[in-house]
Write a protein that binds this ligand. Sequence first.
Ligand SMILES: CC(C)(COP(=O)(O)OP(=O)(O)OC[C@H]1O[C@@H](n2cnc3c(N)ncnc32)[C@H](O)[C@@H]1OP(=O)(O)O)[C@@H](O)C(=O)NCCC(=O)NCCS
Length: 178
Amino acid sequence: MTGILTVVEAAAADATELAAVAAVTFPLACPPSVTASDVADFLATVLSADRFAEYVAAPDRVVLEAVGADGIVGYAMLVDGVVDDPDVRAAVAATPTVELSKLYVLPDHHGEGASHLLMAAALERARARGAASVWLGVNQENVRAQRFYTKQGFARIGTKRFRVGDQLHHDFVLERRF
Ligand SMILES: CC(C)(COP(=O)(O)OP(=O)(O)OC[C@H]1O[C@@H](n2cnc3c(N)ncnc32)[C@H](O)[C@@H]1OP(=O)(O)O)[C@@H](O)C(=O)NCCC(=O)NCCS
């Protein structure tokens, strides 16, 4: 299926479709302890169509989408720099850096290479922005994603807190240096 997929930068008109993909894929990255209402709240506040429209327009972000015959099957988002988090600042030494904020693929398209195309495009964009490294946070229970990132050259460099609703999760921080 990889042959019919292309990865392009998202446009404002794609915001609604990106939010629909996020609504399916974000729960897959959460541990079972995250409640449905916390997921719904996160989707409404962080991954809504309005927020995606903001992300697409933001000069310090790049939103990439993998598009197949039936539309968007996955997306990734880059954010320049390090979040305002002392744990991440302490862990990420290779600067300037870019955060791979999200890389999510619809479950029907896992294992088909969409994730690899998105990662290749994300790393290319990060390099083009002058980054010396890319960092990301991944839930400690998300073994599939960790395996994917490890195979893509990322190494664990620390942990960070990630809030979903009332729960504070301790994500692994991974980094890939160029
Ligand atoms: C993370 C993600 C982008 C990876 O894409 P993918 O197409 O699934 O990636 P791949 O199939 O190439 O790699 C996943 C690896 O995990 C393995 N795997 C599959 N299911 C697994 C499981 N339940 N537990 C552990 N490993 C698993 C696969 O076999 C593969 O390893 P291999 O290459 O050695 O065979 C995709 O799974 C996804 O979108 N997941 C849901 C959202 C998510 O968690 N995003 C990351 C947020 S940080």
